[in-house]
Design a protein around this ligand. Sequence first.
Ligand code: ADP
Length: 258
Amino acid sequence: EKRSYDIHIAPIELDGEPHAIGVFYDVTQIERLERVRQEFLSNISHELRTPLTSILAFVETLEDGAIDDKANNRRFLSTIRRNAERMHGLIADILELSLIESGNVTVDFKDVRLRELVQDVFTSLSSLASERKIELINNVEAGKRVLADPVRLEQMITNLIDNAIKFNRNTGTVSVTCERRGRRDLIAVTDTGEGILAEHQQRIFERFYRADRGRTREVGGTGLGLAIVKHLAKLHGGEVSVYSKLSEGSTFLVELPA
Ligand code: ADP
């Protein structure tokens, strides 16, 4: 690994001979954090600027007379609303992530009925799925319980199922299963979408990382969903991983200590 040092050297006389003494400060970590911070700021600015530019453009168009254009004025307003909602969602995700990262979120472990929780998430995402004729399949055994914070677990499963719908093909399926392996419960969310290239698979859990920028913007993602899932899984003492084959679909696996 490449490391960076801050070096201070001073002349010194030892036994009447001139020497030099140097102090090496390892600043690798500080530089890395600085880079992460800069990237984060530039990502946030970029993500906010895109919808904001669109809002301003449509407001100007309305001001310039389109407000009386009966055929289009409502359409322009709904574009403004959609972009404002996008910014709203982005800010909510950023706040959520920073709250989790600051360590101010506690996990309130309960015995959660998983099948019912998955069904609730399916219900709240059903219109998104039916728009594209995607079938939602709950394969979690009746009576299955896992140890987790119910609110946080629902948030994780919602983000994963939401992605599984968004990145699916029309008339595809999303299925959820859960099995016990050793001392862990493995919750799997599987889709029949386009899959994820191996080179992206590790990076998609990073904040703002998207495998396909153009396409994801189209489906309306913030690039923060999986970062939130990863942090929440860790808070539970578990983890999240992905298995995917291009053009065959993806499976996201949440492991929770049983
Ligand atoms: P987004 O808000 O863009 O969905 P996420 O953090 O949830 O952000 O996901 C990051 C990226 O990972 C997505 O933009 C997409 O490229 C990829 N991704 C996530 N889930 C899936 C999936 N089920 N199938 C294919 N690609 C996915």
